[in-house]
Design a protein around this ligand. Structure first.
Ligand code: UD1
Ligand code: MG
Length: 481
């Protein structure tokens, strides 16, 4: 449901210098979503008819993220004049000129603010018909935040920034979360009046609160019930803290949905991952991007899945996989590397020290040990012997390998692509398969074994090997040590 009297302005034009990063601050992800994506999703949940993102620093990169996470949002460009007040002014200018509803202002660097908290703020704002209602928070360490200054009667007087505050003001534990609801008319009236006569030489949005208070308008500060929700991310310490908090919420949601998560502290699950009931996630595992895990599957320990689909009751142990499909009851790992385009059929196996890429491995087929399988299609119920390599690259181009159903390859076979092995065929141990193998054929490429009797005694006389060989020759056949 859209609220036609509601607009949200997301402030995201700042440089975010404290991050010391090439990446714009609001594009740093937590739980797989850039911070500004979280904020835009919250705006959508709130049902605002208008969503405006104010940008300047790395404008095009941030605008691309806005288009991805909230195509309905409008981008407003802030000019060179710095400050949250100037940013809000640019945001306001992007709203319809006759909009006279409520304007929620949030920062792009407060990713854990949820629609529930914002909804409550809006409810208070509307019930009191205030000109401005701000979300405050009482915190243990207010360093860095703007402080809420109240008069002797507890009425909100103004907000003072850390850099402009007196020692007495710095001792105030009630901080400005940077989240507000304003009557559009109040913003229109006061934003153009902001001065930049402060320690940072910026036009502060927070000064609108002081101007409204001085004009005798009704304003209120509502302390948030869960202060950690409004913590801003200005540096990497805060980034990891908020990421851990969001992760804890996500882990808990899955646990309550019936997923066993053995060690929440070392399990990282992105926001949009789906996991079925009775799945088990073992320690040190990361489920990222658009990964889905079906019911009963077992993931980990020590596993990373990025944009993967794991079927029912599959087992994936100590694996690293990206853009891979793992079928029901299939088994992966331990120590497997599945690169994009891997599709493992139901009941199939990609085993230990196996790397796959663009490889379709059919139902019940197995690549159990020490292999590289790339640009390959394998049929059903085929077994690839230990140490197989598909040589898909000839220094110029990549070529495909096609292996049929019910094929058994001997250990250490090299498939030199392009090559096709027919259904039911076999390869001998160590075969280098350069030519197509017809169905049912046995491919051998190694010369028959030749034993040169007495070679060690002749060429390595006096060594332990020669002595061992001589001892063996002295023993009657069939005896053992
Ligand atoms: C701001 C508040 C402070 C509050 C804190 C909460 C002001 C003056 N101060 O401080 O009272 O306690 O948030 O987290 O508002 N931005 C622009 N254009 C600019 C400058 C900033 O769009 O010219 C954006 C930033 O990208 C950011 C947000 O506004 O998303 C807040 O800016 P930031 O520099 O982080 O302000 P704080 O110092 O955190
Ligand atoms: Mg900030």
């Amino acid at each position: 449901m859209t609220d036609s009297r509601l607009a949200v302005i997301v402030l995201a034009a700042g440089a975010g210098t404290r991050m010391r990063s090439r990446t714009p601050k609001v594009l740093h992800p937590i739980a797989g979503v850039p911070m500004i994506g979280h904020v835009l999703q919250t705006a959508r949940e709130l049902g605002a008819a208008h969503v405006v993102a104010v940008l300047r620093h790395e404008r095009d990169a941030v605008a691309a993220a806005v288009a991805e996470w909230a195509p309905e949002a409008v981008v407003a460009d802030q000019d060179e004049m710095p400050g949250t007040g100037r940013a809000a002014e640019a945001g306001l200018a992007a709203l319809p000129s006759d909009f006279d509803g409520d304007v929620v202002v949030v920062s792009g660097d407060v990713p854990l603010l949820d629609a529930g908290t914002l909804g409550e703020l809006l409810t208070v704002h509307r019930a009191t018909a205030a000109a401005a209602t701000l979300l405050s928070a009482v915190v243990e360490d207010p360093t860095g935040y703007g402080r809420v200054v109240r008069d002797a009667d507890g009425r909100l007087v103004r907000i003072v920034e850390q850099k402009d505050a007196t020692d007495a003001e710095r001792a105030v534990a009630e901080i400005n979360s940077g989240t507000y609801v304003f009557a559009a008319a109040a913003l229109r009236e006061h934003l153009p009046r902001l001065a930049a006569d402060n320690a940072q030489g910026e036009r502060y949005l927070t000064d609108v609160v002081g101007l409204l208070a001085a004009a005798g308008s009704a304003i209120a500060a509502v302390p948030v019930a869960e202060p950690w929700r409004v913590e801003g991310v200005n540096d990497r310490v805060q980034l990891s803290r908020q990421a851990a908090r969001l992760n804890a919420l996500i882990v808990r949601r899955h646990q309550l949905n019936g997923v066993t998560i053995v060690d929440p502290a070392t399990t990282w699950i992105d926001q949009n991952v789906a996991i079925g009931e009775d799945a088990v996630i073992w320690p040190n595992s990361r489920l990222a991007g658009a990964t889905t895990v079906d019911r009963g599957a077992s993931i980990g320990p020590d596993t990373t899945l990025v944009d993967c689909e794991v079927g029912e009751d599959a087992v994936v142990k100590r694996a690293d996989a990206t853009l891979a499909l793992i079928g029901p009851r299939a088994s992966v790992g331990p120590f497997a590397y599945l690169r994009p385009g891997t599709e493992l059929g139901a009941d199939g196996k990609i085993g230990t020290y196996v790397e796959t890429k663009n490889a379709k491995i059919g139902v019940g087929s197995k690549v159990p040990h020490l292999s590289y399988v790339g640009d390959t299609t394998i049929g059903e119920h085929t077994n690839i012997g230990a140490g197989a390599i598909t040589a898909n690259y000839d220094d110029v181009a990549k070529h495909p390998t096609t292996i049929g159903s019910h094929v058994h390859s001997g250990s250490h076979t090299v498939f030199v692509a392009p090559v096709t092995v027919g259904d039911g065929a076999k390869t001998g141990a160590g075969a280098v398969v350069r030519k197509d193998v017809p169905p049912g054929a046995l491919a051998m490429s190694i010369a028959p074994q030749r034993n040169i009797e007495g070679w060690v005694e002749k060429n390595r006389a006096g060594t332990d090997s020669a002595r061992a060989a001589a001892d063996a020759a002295d023993r009657p056949a069939g005896t053992d040590d």
